[in-house]
Unconditional design. Structure first.
Lengths: 159, 192
């Protein structure tokens, strides 16, 4: 956390030294984005807090935790493929899942399928690429996401 | 202010209800409500501690990396060098995947190779800089680095496979004229 702020302050001072105008524009852009994303961020944290308290950490860990094995990856992949959660909301949600004992590789599968596989948007994608290619792209990415998760599971503890 | 509230109406309703429920739980000493509010408060503090830094970073990237110059380089041939520029261009975008389909169509019309189009889509999904910023904040640098490093070969392989089987007679239809696709692209800017 401290490292992050050190980097940001150094970059900010550097930017300020080169161009005051651009730095002001950068801060304005950042502030506008923050203002627009704060409501969805806060509301998703509330929803996830409610769902997690309803289910209880035991249930989460039973289905998605370290000892649930393959089933955790399958659940993460299916939910990620079907759900239509905007990217910025997926990260706070994932962060809370990690805090509740969900393994990082499972989160990787969830996030990757969420971003690369879209079952709900398949009708739209079909219009662009045709059915065959749209299905192939989604299937390949589904398998790829599982591959990413499993590789991560293998190397996570080595790093 | 009014425009801001109406734009985020659904979120505001959720926030309002949650605040009201937490307030009542506090007075009625309702255990379930208190636990939910506590869990929320913890993650909120965690989030607010790094969010300003992430957004300053996003603003700086937006101000200093000129998209146009990167876009210019993507047109140079169809080799691996242009693939790299495609990935860079994708990193500077925002929005969900379906917002990138019309862009893919545009690239196809301009003669971008099928492999590079799908490399662009893969990078668009997994490497967008603002998203990486959030990812580092919420899930840590180790997770972000590892997921990114694993994703790059995966989407390159997928692009090669698609190029092999569909590349020869690839057609990307222009449906961006229809109303549905257009409003989706507009939503994309909000949904990030």
């Amino acid at each position: 956390m401290i490292a992050l702020y050190v980097v940001v302050v150094v970059l900010l001072l550097l930017s300020l030294a080169i161009s005051r105008q651009k730095t002001i524009r950068a801060l304005k852009t950042g502030a506008m984005m923050l203002l627009n994303l704060l409501p969805p961020f806060v509301s998703i944290l509330m929803i996830v807090a409610l769902v997690l308290t309803l289910l209880g950490p035991e249930t989460i860990q039973f289905w998605l935790g370290n000892r649930s094995g393959c089933i955790a990856y399958v659940i993460a992949a299916v939910v990620g493929s079907v759900a239509l959660i905007p990217g910025p909301a997926a990260y706070p949600m994932s962060g809370m899942l990690v805090d509740n004992g969900v393994a990082y590789p499972v989160i990787a599968v969830f996030i990757t399928t969420l971003m690369m596989v879209g079952i709900v948007t398949l009708p739209l994608e079909r219009k662009f690429f045709g059915m065959k290619l749209a299905l192939a792209r989604n299937a390949l990415n589904f398998v790829g996401a599982l591959g990413i998760g499993m590789t991560m599971a293998l190397v996570w503890n080595l790093l | 202010m009014k425009a801001y509230l109406s734009k985020h109406r659904n979120d505001m309703i959720i926030i309002g209800l949650f605040a009201l429920a937490s307030f009542l739980s506090f007075f009625l000493r309702w255990d379930f409500g208190l636990r939910t509010a506590n869990s929320f408060a913890q993650s909120l503090v965690e989030m607010l501690s790094f969010l300003p830094a992430i957004f300053i970073l996003i603003g700086l990237v937006d101000a200093w990396v000129p998209k146009e110059i990167v876009a210019k380089h993507t047109g140079e041939g169809s080799g691996w060098k242009s693939s790299l520029w495609m990935m860079l261009l994708a990193m500077l975008q925002i929005g969900p995947l379906y917002a990138a389909f019309p862009v893919a169509c545009l690239m196809w019309k301009k003669g971008t190779s099928p492999r590079n189009i799908f490399i662009y889509l893969g990078a668009f999904c997994t490497l967008k800089l603002p998203m990486l910023g959030f990812e580092v904040g919420f899930l840590g640098i180790k997770f972000t680095m590892l997921r990114t490093l694993l994703s790059v070969p995966v989407f390159i392989i997928i692009a090669i496979v698609i190029d092999k089987f569909f590349g020869r007679n690839l057609v990307i239809n222009d449906v961006s004229e229809s109303k549905g696709a257009k409003s989706n692209t507009e939503n994309a800017r909000v949904n990030g």
